[in-house]
Design a protein around this ligand. Structure first.
Ligand code: SF4
Length: 325
């Protein structure tokens, strides 16, 4: 690993200043960044430890839940208010990684984790995300884990988070601090599609860091289900995941949220499919029709064509399980 310096930030301003000046990165749990540094994929000269900043609390005010960026994934998943008000988020967090990793990983770090594309981690291979302009090893390579939505001819990687899929479905808002002050961003705008700049995973500017996430009051407290399809029963990234949430009254779907993971460079919200569900009866034919709507722009590569069947089947299964709760 390339040598680096290490400083502990004592307040937000000093953290931002420390990152602005150098080739530096913020570090909290380090569950992804340290792997990337050991592999030489990321080579910061300095790490700025933000763990002492005061962003660990989970609070609810006027129906809006605020989760600090440094709240641990395991803490959020087990939090009584999260389980009661946003059970979809708790389910998604528990589907991610292992208990040991969830005990270290933070909410902000979960959002900042980078793709698990194997070519990105292999510094002997071309990768436009790691080394812009070098090419993409996955296009024409072994692309079994890769995107079926929103990819470009520069990058077909997927975002690996489960938590972010639920937060996309729940219309969360990201709180950001940076050199120009504070701002908020809809969660769905935080991560990017690859386009011609796959090296950019998100829409943060240099020196900006996540301070927390807001989740608005939600009617999705009962009929929710997070489905993760993966190669192993635990500690594996999603081939396909689905966050499904319904409001059902008198056997009619009054409201719906759907988002997918493992299929795009960002958590993939299925708004057209959500609209197709509203006003219908919660039955398999309804869910299959919505899944067909969701798949309209899907495109597969040589080794991930199975996702064209797995994705709609997963949508139907997740909705059936959500409706049956
Ligand atoms: Fe790199 Fe993206 Fe291609 Fe993977 S899919 S090799 S991350 S450019």
């Amino acid at each position: 690993m390339k040598p680096f310096s290490f400083v502990k930030a004592t307040n937000t301003r000093s953290a931002i200043d420390a990152v602005l000046k150098d080739n530096a990165r913020f570090i909290a749990g380090g569950t992804n960044l340290l792997d990337l540094m050991k592999n030489g994929v990321m080579q910061p000269d300095k790490l700025v430890d933000i763990n002492s900043l005061p962003w660990k609390d989970i609070t609810v005010a006027n129906g809006t839940m605020h989760i600090g960026a440094l709240a641990l994934n395991s803490t959020v998943a087990a939090d009584k208010q999260v389980k009661e008000l946003h059970p979809l988020l708790s389910q998604a967090l528990l589907a991610g990684a292992s208990q040991q990793l969830r005990n270290m990983a933070t909410v902000g770090g979960n959002m900042m984790q980078r793709t698990r594309c194997s070519y990105f981690y292999d510094t002997a291979m071309p990768c436009n995300k790691r080394n812009p302009g070098s090419g993409c090893g996955a296009i024409g390579g072994f692309n079994r884990m890769h995107a079926i939505f929103g990819a470009s001819d520069q990058c077909i990687a997927v975002h690996p988070s489960d938590m972010c899929v639920a937060l996309t479905a729940l219309d969360a808002t990201v709180h950001i601090s940076g050199p120009k002050g504070e701002r908020k961003m809809p969660f769905g705008d935080f991560h990017r599609l690859p386009g011609n700049t796959p090296e950019k995973d998100n829409n943060l500017d240099k020196g900006e860091l996540i301070t927390g996430v807001d989740i608005p009051a939600s009617p999705f407290t009962k009929n929710v289900y997070y489905l993760k399809v993966r190669d192993r029963a635990s500690y594996a990234f999603a081939l396909v995941s689905v966050a499904a949430a319904l409001v059902i009254e008198n056997n009619i779907i009054k409201d719906a949220r759907l988002a997918m993971g493992g299929v795009a460079h960002k958590p993939w919200r299925l708004t057209a499919a959500e609209k197709a569900l509203i006003g219908k009866t919660p039955e398999e034919a309804t869910f299959r029709a919505a899944a067909n709507v969701a798949m309209q722009s899907a495109k597969a590569y040589e080794y991930n064509a199975f996702k064209l069947q797995m994705a709609p089947n997963s949508i139907v299964t997740a909705l059936l399980k959500a409706a049956a709760v």
